[in-house]
Design a protein around this ligand. Sequence first.
Ligand code: SAM
Length: 291
Amino acid sequence: MRCKRAWAATAVRCWGTESTLYANAVELGHQGRFGYNSRMTLYDHYAQAYDDSGQIAFSLRMIPYLDQLLQRHPVQGRSMLDLACGTGTVAMSYAQQGWEVYAVDASAGMLDQARRKAKESGLDLSFSQQDMRHFVLPHRVALVTCLYDSLNYMLTEQDLGKAFAQVSGALLPGGLFLGDMNTQVTLEEVWGNNTFFVDREGMSLILRSGYETETRLSTVHIVGFMKRPEGTYERFDEHHTEIAYEADQVQAALHEAGLGVEAAYECFLLSEPDSRSRRVMWVARKPEISQ
Ligand SMILES: C[S@@+](CC[C@H](N)C(=O)[O-])C[C@H]1O[C@@H](n2cnc3c(N)ncnc32)[C@H](O)[C@@H]1O
């Protein structure tokens, strides 16, 4: 029942009414102060600024890198899931190449952007608003991607394990998982305790990051001002928290989920990561015959 409804044409409305779906996860910290609906999730406001604020550059760089990875780690078949698809840039590039593409994200706002872009490009993709720890697909796929540190939003090892178990369940035997994660170096040293600004036509963003050594959590407080069509600016606030995992924690969680680690790369390269790596690309495969 849940499966069929999640992928129905009215998927977003359908899931949006299921208040249990986002238990634990991605709700905004501010209730009411700026008139927010408590069902709003992380990224729902930032979604409108996401691509134009420069974040799309990551996906544009990722697309040729994924090609390189697939040459080294081939898959049988051309069906894929882009988990935590965001505004859909990577998913769209696969649809453009003729793959059967499913795209899942928790944020209705991000999915709205993705659907709009896909429609404008005349591409046929299936989007669904679901949590990466609990999603269902109509059928299994040859490739699952989870990109741009979306996995760092799994704030406990238990949640990371749930997400990997879902990935494993979504893959066909022999299927491949590609997912990148921020390391502690990024969260502690690059983001650290800093303030960043983005100031572009129609938008201004202030991002304040804070890292806690004990918990390995980095929280980025975003205050954004988006220009409305009539020329006034609307403010939004979001709080994004990511966690840094050790490589052996990730490896153990993948293994526990029944996925064999084929490689870990310095992201965007084909070399091994080291203790100074900022981002690691994990490559894991579901065995041909599940043990
Ligand atoms: C940094 S964005 C990356 C988006 C996209 N993968 C890209 O490369 O641009 C992180 C994404 O993870 C999604 N996300 C965070 N927690 C999630 C969860 N529990 N389930 C599904 N998606 C989630 C957010 O909504 C957001 O779209």
